[in-house]
Design a protein around this ligand. Structure first.
Ligand code: MLT
Length: 268
C-alpha cells in the first residue's frame, strides 16, 4: 500500500493517500494504527480519496512529544490535510479514540467537515472514576509492559465466539498493541482522560452523520451510541451484527456497505 511520511509539527506522520474523488479521512482508535482500516482503504479508494494516517506516536508515526491532549491530534490532522493540499471539505470517519478526536476536529474546523462517521465512540468525556483509572493505567504500563496490555485489550476490543480459536484479526491487533511505545500508550490514556465533553456540541453538528456500533461492543454500547445520534439534527445509527468494538475489522463487508451507502446517498 502506498504510504508517505510528512513532517507535521514535531512529528513524522505516516499516511496512506490513495484514490481520487471526495476526500474521506479515516482515523484509528487506541492503541492501534492505520492497519485497522485496511479493508476500507481498498474499498473506499475505488471512488474516493482516502487519507488514512497513523496518529503521532502510533504505528509508524514518530513524534518528539507524545500528544497529551486530543486537540493536538486534531491539529495534526488539519495540518496534514493542508500539507496534502486537501482544500475541499472532508468526510471525517473515526473509531473510538479516533471519534473523540473527530469532535475536536469538528470544533476546530466545522467548515472543513462535510460529513461525520462516528464508529464505536461516544461524545461524553470520562467520569471522574474512569479518568482516574486512565491515570493509573498511564503509570502502570511502565511496569506491566505492552504484552500484558495487548492480551488484555484484544479480548475486550473484539467479539469472539468462546468456542472458536484465536483468529488472525486478534493476533494482528495484539501485535499492533504490543509494538506501540510505552510513552504513546501513557500519553494516549492521559489525553483521553483530559478530553472535553463533546455532548453539548452534538446539536450543532448539522452535517449528515452516520453512527456505527457493534452488537457486542462492551466499551461503547449501541444504546449509548444511538442516544448520541439522536442529538444531532441529521444523523442515523446502524448496528453491525456479530461485532464488538472494532466493527471495520470484524465485519468489514457490512461496515463498508453502510459507509458507502451513506457516502453515495449524500453525494459525497
Ligand atoms: C479505543 O478503542 O480507541 C479506546 O478503547 C477508547 C477508550 O479507551 O475509551
Amino acid at each position: 500500500m502506498l504510504k508517505k511520511t510528512l513532517a507535521i509539527n514535531d512529528a513524522q506522520i505516516n499516511v496512506v493517500d490513495l484514490g481520487k474523488g471526495p476526500p474521506v479521512l479515516l482515523v484509528h482508535g487506541f492503541p492501534l494504527d492505520l492497519n485497522m482500516w485496511k479493508s476500507q482503504i481498498v474499498e473506499f479508494s475505488k471512488t474516493h480519496r482516502v487519507i488514512c494516517p497513523d496518529l503521532a506516536g502510533f504505528g509508524l508515526s514518530r513524534c518528539r512529544e507524545p500528544r497529551m491532549q486530543l486537540r493536538s491530534h486534531a491539529q495534526d490532522l488539519s495540518d496534514l490535510l493542508a500539507a496534502l493540499a486537501v482544500h475541499e471539505r472532508v468526510v471525517y470517519c473515526g473509531l473510538s479514540m479516533g471519534g473523540y478526536i473527530g469532535w475536536e476536529f469538528w470544533k476546530q474546523n466545522p467548515e472543513r467537515v462535510s460529513g461525520m462517521i462516528a464508529c464505536n465512540t461516544r461524545a461524553a468525556n470520562d467520569s471522574l472514576e474512569v479518568a482516574r483509572g486512565r491515570r493509573i493505567a498511564a503509570k502502570s504500563i511502565y511496569q506491566t509492559g505492552t504484552l500484558f496490555l495487548a492480551q488484555q485489550m484484544a479480548s475486550r476490543l473484539l467479539y469472539s465466539d468462546p468456542q472458536e480459536p484465536k483468529n488472525t484479526i486478534q493476533s494482528d491487533v495484539e501485535k499492533t498493541i504490543e509494538s506501540t511505545s510505552l510513552d504513546s500508550i501513557a500519553a494516549g490514556q492521559i489525553a483521553m482522560s483530559n478530553r472535553a465533553d463533546a455532548a453539548p456540541w452534538l446539536p450543532m453538528i448539522n452535517c449528515p452523520a452516520l453512527f456505527i456500533g457493534g452488537e457486542y461492543d462492551e466499551i461503547t454500547t449501541t444504546r449509548e451510541m444511538s442516544s448520541d445520534a439522536a442529538l444531532l439534527p441529521n444523523a442515523q445509527f446502524v448496528e453491525i451484527k456479530n461485532a464488538g468494538h472494532l466493527t471495520p475489522l470484524e465485519q468489514s463487508e457490512s461496515f463498508n456497505h453502510h459507509v458507502l451507502e451513506f457516502l453515495n446517498s449524500n453525494h459525497f
